[in-house]
Design a protein. Structure first.
Length: 94
């Protein structure tokens, strides 16, 4: 089962005695900060969790189905995640 935004809101609400609205606003602020930072091309580093960064993906080769010819798809950017050593150790039970 995946951890959802709703789960995060409920966890923060119960642990910090916040209202659901306050917890939701907090999560939205964090997500918004992540998104704007990544959109500007900067990395997001969270100690104990890992690093989020935007990487350029090369132009993949595709096929135009109507003309049956090879064509290059446009290059894209993608968010990648590299977990920290602490998280890797926790996952592996070390």
């Amino acid at each position: 089962m995946a951890l959802t935004k709703k789960d995060l809101i409920e966890t923060i609400r119960s642990k910090d005695n916040l209202t659901k609205k306050q917890a939701s606003d907090l999560i939205e602020t964090i997500i918004g900060t992540f998104a704007s930072t990544l959109a500007s091309g900067e990395e997001v580093l969270i100690n104990g969790l890992g690093e989020f960064r935007v990487e350029e993906k090369v132009e993949p080769k595709g096929i135009d189905p109507t003309a049956e010819k090879d064509q290059m798809q446009p290059a894209k950017k993608a968010v990648t995640f590299c977990c920290s050593r602490k998280l890797q150790d926790k996952i592996n039970g070390s």
